[in-house]
Structures are given as structure tokens and as C-alpha cells.
Design a protein around this ligand. Structure first.
Ligand code: NI
Length: 183
């Protein structure tokens, strides 16, 4: 839609005239960019590197564990996922190539602030992706990292975790739930 295009250009234009604008606006649920299937990355160039750098900075500032390009209005298949040591991993054109087991746990999303829900995900996944220079690699994750791979890759196909949960909890409801579980 024209609105998407404007948004994409707006975000991309921030790069002109230097790299001072590195924290990008995180779009919220309801923005059209969040429900689009993203395009594969074909150029491993400065524009991609700027996008990956901005995603990392934006994620760090938001204290999140993962961020996908469409969340900042860029419809390209690129995500950042924090690894087990909380170091950011860059994944370009990522695909889940194997998965095992199941985990049910709470999930949130920077595009759905203040809400959480239980989502079933595989306990272990293997992902094939490209690095910023176009080199293919494989990476595995369990637990939260596996959950994060699944969550971020779903963003690239226009899906939010809210589609996979029975109900959403706000922070008060979540506190109550935790107290009930402890009792
Ligand atoms: Ni998300």
C-alpha cells in the first residue's frame, strides 16, 4: 500500500547524511508492515549493513531478545536474535531447517507492548541463514533461543505470536498468574 511505501522510505531516508539516526521506530500491532511477507535480501551491501546495525541498536535500547526488519518498516528478510550469551546474532534470509520437541512458555513482542501470552514452540530448532557478507551458515538453539528464532522468523512472513495464543495477559494479570502458580 502507499502508506507502507512511505513508511519504508521514511525509515530508509534516515540514513542519508550520516549514521546519526540509528535507533529506529518500532512499529506496533496494526501497522500494515507487520502483516506482510518480506522479500529475500539479494544485495549484501551497505544498506543491509546499516539496517542490521540499526536493528541491533534498536533492540539493545528496547532491551529485547529479538527484532525483525518489518518491525522497523523494512520488508526484508533480516532479523536479530540474542544468543545464549545475550550477544546479538544477525540472520539474513533465515529458514528453519530442523526442529524437535515442544515447549510452552510466555512470549512477548516489542510490537505488542505490555502484553504476553503462552505459545507452544519447538524445544530445539536449527536455522540456516546468511551473514551480512552473504556467507551461508547454520545455527542451533534450544529453549528461549529456539523460541526467539521461531518468533522472529514468523515476523518475516507477516505473523505475530498473538495468532498462536489463547489469551493475552497484561502485566497486572501476569503478576496475578505468577502468584497463583507460586501458591
Ligand atoms: Ni516480535
Amino acid at each position: 500500500t502507499p502508506i507502507d511505501r512511505e513508511r519504508e522510505e521514511q525509515n530508509e531516508n534516515q540514513d542519508e547524511g550520516g549514521r546519526e539516526m540509528s535507533i529506529r521506530e518500532i512499529l506496533k500491532d496494526g501497522e500494515p508492515a507487520l502483516s506482510k511477507v518480506c522479500h529475500p535480501v539479494t544485495q549484501f551491501d551497505q544498506k543491509l549493513w546499516d539496517l542490521l546495525d540499526d536493528l541491533k541498536e534498536t533492540l539493545a535500547q528496547a532491551n529485547g531478545v529479538g527484532l525483525a526488519a518489518p518491525q522497523v518498516g523494512i520488508l526484508r528478510r533480516a532479523v536479530i536474535v540474542m544468543d545464549e550469551n545475550f550477544e546479538p546474532m544477525e540472520l539474513v534470509n533465515p529458514e528453519i531447517i530442523a526442529q524437535e520437541g515442544e515447549q510452552n512458555g510466555l512470549e512477548g513482542c516489542l510490537s505488542v507492548p505490555g502484553l504476553w501470552g503462552y505459545v507452544k514452540r519447538p524445544e530445539w530448532v536449527k536455522v540456516r541463514a546468511f551473514d551480512r557478507n552473504g556467507n551461508a551458515f547454520e545455527v542451533e538453539g534450544t529453549g528461549l533461543t529456539a523460541r526467539c528464532f521461531c518468533h522472529e522468523l514468523a515476523h518475516l512472513d507477516g505473523h505475530l505470536y498473538t495468532e498462536l495464543t489463547d489469551r493475552l495477559y497484561n502485566s497486572d494479570e501476569l503478576d496475578e498468574l505468577m502468584e497463583e502458580n507460586e501458591a
